[in-house]
Structures are given as C-alpha cells and as structure tokens.
Design a binder for this molecule. Sequence first.
Ligand code: ADP
Ligand code: ADP
Ligand code: ZN
Length: 213
Amino acid sequence: MRTILIGPPGAGKGTQAEMLTAKYGIPHISTGDMLRQAVKEATPMGLKAKTFMDSGALVPDDVMIGIVAERLARDDCANGFLLDGFPRTVAQAEALTDILSGLRISLNGVADIEVDDDILLRRLTGRRVCGECAATYHVANRPPAREGVCDKCGGELYQRPDDNAETAETRLKVYKEQTLPLIDYYSKQGLLRKIRGDTGLENVFREICGALE
Ligand code: ADP
Ligand code: ADP
Ligand code: ZN
C-alpha cells in the first residue's frame, strides 16, 4: 500500500493514518509530526520551521521536499508507506512524482478527506496531542480515558500552538489557496478517491480502505 491522505487541517488525516498504518503494517509519514519533533529538539530546521508553523503558513517547499525524499528512501518504506500532510503544494506534488519514479514505484491512490469548515474549526480547537507518541484526541469527540493523559503511552496531552481559532482559520485559507489545486493534479492522473470525512471514525476508515484496496 503506497498512498497519500489529503484534506484540510482537522479532516482526520492523522487519526485515520494511525488506523491505516496499524492495519497495513506500513510506516506513517507525517510531515507535521516530523516538524514538531524537530521543533521539540530545537534543530536548525525546527527553529526555522517554527515561525511558519506558528503563523499557520506553510514551511518552504525545498525544506519539505528534502525531508520527504530522505524519508522515502529508507528501507522501511520498501513495502509501502502512508504520507500524511505531504504534498501540500503543486511543487511538492511534482517533486514527489519525480522521487517515486526515481525509486521505480507508483501510488495506489490518493484519499481526499472532505469536511466542512465549521466542523473543521471545532475539531482543531478541541484537538489534544500526546507530547510523547503524537497520538491524537479530541476533548469531546475522542476523549482519553483520563483527562490530559495519553491512553497509549501515559504521556501528557497538550494543545498545539497553531490549534487556536485564529491560526486555524489562517490554515484553512492557506489550504484552499495552496493545497486544493492538488485535487485536480491527482484527479487528472486517475488517482483521486473522494471520502466524506464528517461521519464517525470507523465509517471514514471503512470508506478509505474500500477506496484504496
Ligand atoms: P494538520 O494535520 O492540522 O493539517 P500538520 O500537522 O500536517 O497540520 O502540519 C502542521 C504545520 O506544519 C502546517 O501548518 C505547516 O506549517 C507545516 N507543514 C506540515 N507539512 C507541510 C508541508 N508538506 N509543506 C509545508 N508545510 C508543512
Ligand atoms: P488532521 O491530521 O487532518 O489535521 P486529526 O486526525 O488530527 O486531523 O483530527 C482533528 C481532530 O478531529 C482530532 O481532535 C480528532 O480526534 C478529531 N477527529 C478526527 N476524525 C474525526 C471524526 N471522524 N469524527 C469526529 N472527530 C474526529
Ligand atoms: Zn502517547
């Protein structure tokens, strides 16, 4: 299984990716998680990326393409991978096409998870993330068994600095301007599978599995 999850911030990409990678035994490549790890470790890339992330803007293409090219070349991607949050611009999608053809592999499909803005904003502002393992929760839709504590690893949950209402709105705008054109890019290649993301977690999961298998 070689696939990409596309969708606006809050569509459920990370949540579905956790379920899909468990089912298919493939690595979950989340560029957002990789960047947040770099910020936490205060690497030079993390320090540079933080300013863009905190304002809701995209991190420059050359940085992102470099990270993903390096990640996809690792051994654990040989039998498949799930990309979550990359590509986000047409330049990134074109670079990915080149990277994959260099590795002589092709995609099974691209799942585009669609959800209305009002629901997205409620999901983003109520999202909580584990600081240790990056598992994702929601204060109302998917609360942990113990408030503030990760069910999976016992780590402390936090609210991402970009999950405030104002930055969330900016991210939705950035998505429409810079990422929506990808729908057309993958649709022209016959790879796009549209998924309704506003039903329950299990429902969305079944739809994605059905569309990609
Ligand atoms: P969400 O899951 O809410 O859509 P992510 O965790 O994927 O957010 O990304 C968080 C932030 O990291 C983005 O707002 C952006 O600043 C940066 N980022 C992640 N992936 C990319 C990418 N492919 N290109 C540019 N910036 C990215
Ligand atoms: P993305 O990675 O696309 O930004 P997430 O997977 O982090 O999105 O989900 C955003 C928020 O919405 C999280 O708090 C998550 O628990 C919640 N969520 C995800 N999928 C659903 C769903 N189908 N129904 C209700 N809430 C959901
Ligand atoms: Zn955890």
